[in-house]
Ligand binder design. Structure first.
Ligand code: MN3
Length: 249
């Protein structure tokens, strides 16, 4: 084979479009030796598990009802965990911690993308909601919100609008970008701002709202706007502030 023809065949093979006995014996791109300059992922020894809620399922009523919490946590989130454990089997994700998976997952890793995102997103969601909240960010987090959005009320408007206008199923986020600035974004399905190979606006989420219908339909039916408004009654701003402090490190 002359050099030009060899290069052409190699280029086609690299796209994965060419099936040939020679190439089929080679390790897939997922299994190839990682680039030494790339950060090595740390390892995880155990299967992913459903995190417990830190409050009783009825504790968020009337903002989020008991049955929605039971089904959302006990069925939907549990389902993502189960399917994630299955999806990572025999892949390069098998022993990776969740945060490394979020960083490395690509659009083609459908099962890991949907269920890994589902596990991460819901774990964050349960962590930033709680009963008996005062509804207000404070301290350095409030300063950062004021800097990015001019005021706390304006942040609420921008965040609510992102949640309301997400077409179909998805999430709205408050995240910290690489430059240390807060921003609001929204993602479809179970994507999130950590998925740098997938999302447009990359960052570390510190607050997220689930706007899938399963998150509110039993209590609010089609009134997504009312659900979003009442979600502000259950945001645990101390937890969001802790996430903010961690993201700044
Ligand atoms: Mn959900």
């Amino acid at each position: 084979m002359d050099k030009r023809k060899f290069l052409k065949v190699s280029a086609i093979a690299a796209t994965g479009l060419m099936i040939h006995p020679f190439y089929s014996c080679q390790p897939s791109t997922k299994e190839k030796e990682p680039n030494n300059k790339e950060k090595q992922p740390s390892l995880r020894n155990e299967a992913f598990v459903l995190p417990s809620l830190s409050f009783p399922v009825e504790a968020l009523e009337p903002n989020i009802d008991k049955m929605t919490m039971e089904i959302h946590h006990g069925k939907h989130h549990a389902g993502y965990v189960k399917k994630l454990n299955k999806a990572v089997e025999n892949t390069s994700f098998a022993q990776m911690p969740l945060l490394d998976i979020m960083e490395k997952v690509t659009p083609e890793d459908t099962g890991v993308r949907n269920n890994g995102g589902g596990h991460y997103n819901h774990s964050l969601f349960w962590d930033v909601i709680a009963p008996n909240q005062n509804g207000q960010a404070e301290g350095k987090l409030l300063d950062a919100i004021n800097e990015a959005f001019q005021s706390f009320d304006e942040f609420k408007n921008v965040f609510s609008q992102a949640a309301k206008t997400r077409f179909g199923s998805g999430w709205a986020w408050l995240s910290l970008d690489d430059a240390g600035k807060l921003f609001v974004s929204s993602t479809p399905n179970q994507d999130n701002p950590l998925m740098k190979n997938i999302v447009e606006q990359k960052g570390t989420p510190i607050l997220g709202i689930d706007v899938w219908e399963h998150a509110y339909y039993l209590n609010y039916q089609n009134r997504r706007g009312d659900y979003i408004q009442n979600f502000f009654n259950v945001i645990d701003w101390k937890k969001v502030a802790a996430n903010f402090a961690n993201a700044l490190k």
